[in-house]
Design a protein around this ligand. Structure first.
Ligand SMILES: Nc1ncnc2c1ncn2[C@@H]1O[C@H](COP(=O)(O)OP(=O)(O)O)[C@@H](O)[C@H]1O
Ligand SMILES: [Mg+2]
Length: 253
């Protein structure tokens, strides 16, 4: 199973991705793919050292489109047919104590370095060509917004989880993403994050206005907030309980 976690910047995509990864790692072999080209602290949240970026493995961003899908798969393929993340060289995948394998696609760091398109192309190519067994579960923590749609990254996944914080903007983006995914016939789930008691009803009403169904509500959790502030391995209390409920509801647990 390959699930992309999308949504507005700051809505909690990375935090929720890590919480999902930790919960599922108890039963599955979980890979977390960091495809956000700007934020760099996911390894801290997972509690691992930063793996080398896949874009480096492929010789850098230049000329990636010319190389094309076939040669990227060839370079990365460690299985007979397609890409097996467990066979990546050890400096390109970092394993947490729970067994979560973190893979980083690449970051845009320098002025005028160019856009993130080649990085999205790598993510798409990897997702489309992964060889997985029943126990494997891949979570892709994406960049904010809609750029990945433009590059068709979603083509390679089975389902999309949109994380929305309690804002009309986040729900509006969720609606855009839902409409964009519709032709792909993928599972689509909406999770409201950082919810406080008084706003739940307002969110439900607002979601209805957008024609959206809410599949899970994750409470504001001060431990999550503090871990992100300190850049430390993610700790969570009520958010874990709520993510478990949401995962059961959508059939992933
Ligand atoms: N359930 C939650 N409760 C409290 N704070 C949260 C929760 N989820 C995310 N946050 C906070 O929101 C901010 C953005 O989270 P992050 O996961 O980095 O979002 P994104 O990856 O969507 O940009 C961080 O400060 C994080 O601690
Ligand atoms: Mg993030």
């Amino acid at each position: 199973m390959k699930v992309m976690v999308c949504g507005k910047g700051g809505s909690g995509k990375s935090s929720i991705s890590v919480i999902i990864a930790k919960i599922l790692a108890k039963k599955k072999r979980v890979y977390l793919i960091d495809s956000d080209e700007s934020n760099t602290l996911l390894p801290n949240l997972v509690g691992v050292k930063q793996p080398r970026a896949i874009v480096e493995y492929l010789g850098g961003r230049k000329g990636l489109f010319d190389k094309g899908e076939v040669s990227i798969v060839k370079a990365l393929a460690k299985a007979e047919k397609g890409i097996d993340l467990s066979k990546l060289p050890s400096d390109y995948i970092s394993y947490s104590k729970e067994g979560i394998g973190l893979v980083t696609i690449g970051k845009v760091k320098n002025f005028q370095e160019g856009c993130a398109c080649p990085l999205n192309f790598i993510t798409k190519t990897i997702l489309k060509n992964l060889v997985l067994n029943d126990k494997d579960f891949v979570i892709v923590d994406t960049d904010a917004g809609v750029e990945h749609i433009g590059r068709g990254v979603e083509e390679g996944c089975d389902a999309v989880i949109v994380v929305a914080d309690p804002t009309a903007e986040a729900l509006s983006l969720a609606k855009t993403l839902k409409d964009a995914f519709k032709p792909l016939n993928k599972e689509f789930w909406l999770i409201i994050n950082k919810a406080t008691q008084d706003i739940v009803e307002i969110m439900r009403e607002k979601a209805r206005e957008f024609g959206l169904v809410i599949d899970g509500i994750i409470r504001f959790d001060n431990e999550v907030f503090k871990s992100c502030l300190q850049g430390k391995p993610l700790k969570a209390n009520e958010a874990v309980e709520d993510v478990k409920v949401a995962l059961s509801q959508i059939g992933l647990l």
